[in-house]
Design a protein around this ligand. Structure first.
Ligand code: FAD
Ligand code: 2HG
Ligand code: ZN
Length: 490
């Protein structure tokens, strides 16, 4: 392909024919469930959004998008594809950040958007059962009406789907409080490559009967099956939420603030997010909004508390703010006074990826490193990009800024290199440098976004050959013909 000169289409896969399309049309019935660029020459515009990822960094060449409406349809589609050696890409909201959700060549896109129903909710236990295509925000709004909350929240909530979240094992803004999907997902229904329906839609909290196979699908990125339904344990929604926004003079002080927040806010702490000055300057540039604090600081933290008593929690947060300012840990800070202010403070953190997307291409690294060295990666990367002469304020330089932010509470840094345009020279300076840097510190090259196509060559920096070998065996057991999301990380 022109897009990926290093990759070659696997010749074992069949080319799509009119006969294949006719089968899918008859199977799915409804006109809107099949977007067909095989027999229709005017379908290119309709297919484009399914071929291109959120960052506009990855682009496939698929000519057929299928939108099944039931598990049975997913099963029939996959059985037919497996029998006919047709490769497929499972797709949710297409907000993934590693090129995993779009085709590489002409794989068929199986988009889950029509399977969007909430199926069951148990108001006593808080167990929600929903179809995989249910949008995260829709599920959360439903839960809010019942006094519950989805145990995951992230900036793409308006478009990403629960099935996509589970398939990437998304972490998000409140993992610190509610934990990972590996703990909250109670059951999964999925379809394997040959059409077999794996019904493990368990609703029990405890179930020690042999291997916990559903865990394999959590974070598998669509390589071993298509998730069709999920059951998930949702916590009670806290009636009181408070947010504080701090400016700090050094990363040393950020670490001290985190330590104090855990100690003083303990059970009500629900998020501790980090932003550096460069990230905030770019958000300011794009949105034009007034900054939350008067002065500029090298670092900012957003702290959220969720508890049962608004007055008590805000007193606690106020006392915390006074204490850390007195101790000289925090240079300046503000507390949100109402819901609107809470939202606007969060926008300075949640809005970073969106703001950067307006400025050109962003090289994104999503890493776990022991907290002590978390920010050092940003500084070392910035120095390296500067030394290569690639960063500057004018158009002749491809790089605009090297920024760092992320989920401090989970030791998860987002290193973003904001460019005026994607440029191979920049990529060469960044890779494998970033991955080597992480491996030297026994970190993970993917804390939350996954490997997809982007980190295909780099899995060895975080997993040893024995583990990669086991993963390949699992892949072969679940998908012997390799039709599910080919060319990606395995
Ligand atoms: P897609 O992008 O469509 O797919 C992602 C992967 O899952 C692909 O490999 C795809 O093949 C596979 N897949 C999708 N659905 C299924 C299914 N039903 N069965 C099997 N495989 C499937 N991630 C975080 O972890 N934390 C964050 O805070 C966060 N914030 C984000 C903010 C923004 C603005 C954006 C754009 C992304 C963010 N992400 C974050 C990335 C994150 O991975 C996704 O937003 C989300 O989890 C993906 O869901 P999706 O439905 O869009 O999946
Ligand atoms: C976030 O935490 C997301 O905002 C996206 O995980 C991070 O765009 C990124 O690099
Ligand atoms: Zn994140």
């Amino acid at each position: 392909s022109e897009t990926y000169p290093d990759l070659k289409r696997d010749s074992r896969f069949a080319q799509l024919t009119e006969e294949h399309v006719a089968y899918f049309r008859q199977l799915l019935g409804s006109e809107s469930a099949v977007i067909d660029g095989v027999t229709r020459s005017d379908a290119a515009d309709d297919i484009e959004p399914f071929n291109t990822d959120w960052m506009r960094k990855y682009r496939g060449h698929c000519r057929l998008v299928l939108k099944p409406g039931s598990t049975e349809e997913v099963s029939q589609i996959l059985k037919y594809c497996n029998d006919n050696m047709l490769a497929v890409v499972p797709q949710g909201g297409n907000t993934g950040l590693v090129g995993g959700s779009v085709p590489v060549f002409d794989e068929i896109v199986i988009n889950m958007g029509r399977m969007n129903k909430i199926l069951e909710f148990d108001e006593v236990s808080g167990t929600l059962v929903a179809e995989a295509g249910c949008i995260l925000e829709v599920a959360d709004q439903f839960l809010a009406s019942k006094g519950y909350i989805f145990p995951l929240d992230l900036g793409a909530k308006g478009s990403c789907q629960i099935g996509g979240n589970v398939s990437t094992n998304a972490g998000g803004l409140r993992l610190l409080r509610y934990g990972s999907l590996h703990g909250n997902v109670l059951g999964i229904e999925a379809v394997l490559a040959d059409g077999t329906v794996v019904d493990d839609l368990c609703k029990l909290r405890k179930n020690n009967t042999g291997y916990d196979l559903k865990q394999l699908f959590i974070g598998a990125e669509g390589t071993i099956g298509i998730i069709t339904k999920v059951s998930i344990l949702c916590p009670q929604r806290s009636p009181a939420q408070n947010v504080a926004f701090f400016g700090l003079e050094s990363f040393e002080q950020v670490q001290r603030a985190f330590r104090e927040a855990k100690g003083q806010l303990s059970e009500i702490l629900s998020a501790f997010e980090l932003m550096d000055e460069s990230s905030q300057a770019l958000v300011r540039q794009v949105t034009g909004n007034k900054r939350p604090l008067e002065g500029e600081y090298p670092f900012y933290c957003l702290i959220e508390t969720s508890g049962s008593n608004a007055d008590h929690d805000s007193e606690k947060l106020q006392a915390f703010l006074e204490d850390v300012m007195e101790k000289g840990i925090v240079a300046d800070g503000t507390l949100a006074q109402d819901e609107t202010q809470i939202r606007s403070l969060w926008a300075w953190r949640e809005g970073i990826p969106e703001a950067l997307s307006h400025l050109g291409g962003t090289y994104k690294y999503d890493v776990s490193i022991p907290l002590r060295e978390l920010y050092q990666l940003v500084e070392d990367t910035r120095a390296r990009v500067e030394a290569a002469g690639l960063i500057g304020d004018t158009d002749e330089f491809p790089v605009r800024a090297v920024v760092g932010y992320g989920h401090m509470g989970d030791a998860n840094l987002h290193l973003n290199v904001s460019t005026r345009r994607f440029d191979e020279r920049v990529e060469k300076v960044l890779e494998p440098f970033v991955y080597e840097w992480i491996a030297e510190r026994q970190g993970s090259i993917s804390a939350e976004h996954g490997l997809g196509l982007m980190k295909k060559k780099f899995i060895g920096y975080s997993r040893n050959p024995t583990m990669v070998g086991l993963m390949k065996n699992i892949k072969t057991t679940f998908d012997p013909n390799g039709i599910l999301n080919p060319y990606k990380y395995l």
